[in-house]
Ligand binder design. Structure first.
Ligand code: ATP
Length: 319
């Protein structure tokens, strides 16, 4: 391949810039040209394509967000939309595309591959909810941002003998909540993968209170939601002043951690090597300490198991 494109799609995640940089620099090192496609599949349909050189991606490795912008495109989910995207690729001589995003973006990459433009997916989402990989770009930074915020909330919860119920991101997945809950010593962690039992939680708070504990952190995944109601319920049942906080989009931003920068660089690099060899319709993944790749169809059909045992670890240590 002589010319490849790169785009970011779906929700933004810190480390996407590091992945873009790796794609551009690797491609140039291998003697290929790189086109940046702005605003995901929408930019591919509407011909928002720019030339990228090694200097175009200077000073972005430390920045959150994505220099190429990201978007969700309904039109791309239609046959006409995919054909328009293929036309744009042909117009610019784009022979393969690196797609940085989540599962939805990989479905788009599969469609584009099936229409003759080989694509390689790179997992970029803070939620870490992609089945084929143990790690997604942005997860580590989002968790670090969340624990920084919760540590601050803990200071005030401690001063006022309060219970803080805090929603962290994770639309359908509790991975952020689980790790962040453990890292902040939360008394309770509520995730969408496990049925919520508020009475059990209340019982635990009451038991722990008897041992002298005066402040409580409850971490709730976005996919469970309803933090206001949960706080009200805890207050009503325990008499402990309870407050709800939604951390929200602050978790998406900020300078990526070392882990996100390094994984993003490795994955971006691996994606380009595949396209360089003419291999498409693949997704790059991180498994057991190694960067590997899978057929997109196979990757999309994998099932990610939730480590419920970690909830027990949290339960037994937050007493
Ligand atoms: P995240 O979940 O982190 O936001 P994502 O990549 O899963 O990332 P989606 O909004 O699901 O985010 O998908 C991004 C874009 O990928 C969509 O706007 C659409 O253009 C394309 N896409 C999603 N699902 C499909 C599908 N089933 N077929 C074709 N294209 C799809």
């Amino acid at each position: 391949m002589k010319t490849i494109g790169v785009l970011t799609s779906g929700g933004d995640a810190p480390g996407m810039n590091a992945a873009i940089r790796a794609v551009v620099r690797t491609a140039i090192s291998l003697g290929m040209n790189v086109k940046g496609i702005k605003s995901g599949y929408s930019g591919l349909i509407h011909d928002e394509v720019v030339d990228l050189d090694a200097r175009s991606v200077s000073d972005i490795i430390s920045r959150g967000g994505t220099m190429l912008y990201t978007a969700r495109s309904k039109r791309f989910m239609t046959e006409e939309g995919v054909l328009e995207a293929v036309e744009t690729c042909k117009r610019h001589g784009i022979e393969g595309v690196v797609v940085i995003g989540g599962d939805g973006s990989f479905r788009g990459a599969r469609d584009l591959s099936n229409h003759g433009i080989p694509c390689v997916g790179v997992p970029g989402t803070i939620d870490n909810d992609i089945s084929s990989t143990e790690y997604t770009i942005g997860f580590d930074t989002a968790m670090n941002t969340a624990i920084e915020m919760i540590d601050k909330i803990r200071d005030t919860a401690q001063s006022h003998h309060r219970c803080s119920v805090i929603e962290v991101m994770g639309r359908h997945a509790g991975y952020i909540a689980l790790q962040v809950g453990i890292a902040t010593g939360a008394t309770g962690i509520l995730v969408p993968e496990i049925p919520v039992d508020l009475d059990r939680l209340v019982k635990k708070i009451v038991e722990v209170e008897k041992t002298g504990k005066k402040h409580f952190i409850i971490v709730v995944a976005e996919g469970v939601g309803g933090v206001d109601k949960i706080a009200e319920y805890i207050q009503e049942k325990t008499g402990i002043d309870s407050r709800a906080t939604v951390l929200g989009h602050v978790q998406r931003g900020g300078s990526p951690t070392v882990r996100d920068r390094v994984r993003a660089t490795q994955m971006g690099n691996a994606a380009v090597h595949l396209l360089y060899k003419g291999i498409g319709n693949r997704v790059v993944a991180y498994r057991r300490g190694e960067i590997v790749d899978f057929d997109i169809f196979e990757a999309l059909n994998m099932i990610k198991t939730f480590d419920a045992g970690m909830i027990d670890v949290a339960h037994e240590t937050a007493i």
